[in-house]
Design a protein around this ligand. Sequence first.
Ligand code: NAG
Ligand code: NAG
Length: 319
Amino acid sequence: MLSAFMLFLSAVVVALLAGPDPAVAAIPSTLQSILKNTHGSKEYGYPTDLTRDLLPIPVHSHNDYWRDKPFYTGLSHGCMSTEADVWLYNGTLYKVGHDESALTESRTLESLYINPILDVLERQNPDSAFISSPTKNGVWDTVPDQTFYLFIDVKTSGPETFEAVIDALEPLREKGYLTTVKDGNNVTNGPVTVIGTGETPFDMVAPVKDRDYFFDAPLADLDDPKYAGVTSAVSPIASTDFQEAVGKITVDTDPILSDDQVKALRAQIATANERGIGARYWNTPYFPVRTRNLVWRALLREGVILLNVDDLDAVASYF
Ligand SMILES: *[C@@H]1O[C@H](CO)[C@@H](O)[C@H](O)[C@H]1NC(C)=O
Ligand SMILES: *[C@@H]1O[C@H](CO)[C@@H](O)[C@H](O)[C@H]1NC(C)=O
């Protein structure tokens, strides 16, 4: 799963280093209008072009609780990863927000993520007399075997909440749309890869031999004995706080990272990559823009799998 993605990523990095492509930058509004004109319309002619021309970018859409339609907003910008914060109340997984006051009754994991993702995947995998065996295309027309990473950030008590998350995945599971593990190490890539983060209990993921969910391991602590056996079959992506693990940025010139920072970053990414794990850093600087962009560039050059981004318009025009 990682190697095809790495190839794709290196193509993106080459394009990035060559400068922004205006054609790519223009895409989000195209998808917006496709969504507006075709969503829910059976008459729409070509069955699988919901994301036609949309190139996935190695971006994790963060802080999506600001957005009305977080999954579609991330998708329309090409983000290949998103994060849902979930809170368990009375058996329902509510989101959206980092605090309880932002929760409302209609904003649930099901209504904001599971149902829309299922809807897109059903469009990408239509039943037709021309199809001899069921397809498992992902959300991207342009790269149909690219998985979509759904990080679920557990906010309430880990065991009960993560149990509810596992149940909530049933509609995607039933259709065979989830990345799965058999016998603890046989990974079958699917259109959606679910990764538990926040309060997700490690012990509810790593020891389970047959499952369709993964664990966001701590990138800077992979050498800790607790995580010694962790490979991509447990954590396809591991994450950490950039400022804690790499350090504060003190200059705004290229190179943006000090030699020591580059050394720390390379050691962490190498440890992860040796086990097939992709690296992600959150809490990277977002301001000034020049600093933010130089850090993005340095991270991509060093081989992170995803950038963690709040401002999707900025990152879409950056690629
Ligand atoms: C949970 O259920 C109790 C009892 O039915 C109810 O009073 C309460 O408002 C519910 N809380 C939420 C967040 O729905
Ligand atoms: C891995 O799982 C797939 C799908 O279930 C199966 O076809 C394949 O034989 C398995 N491979 C190994 C090495 O067990």
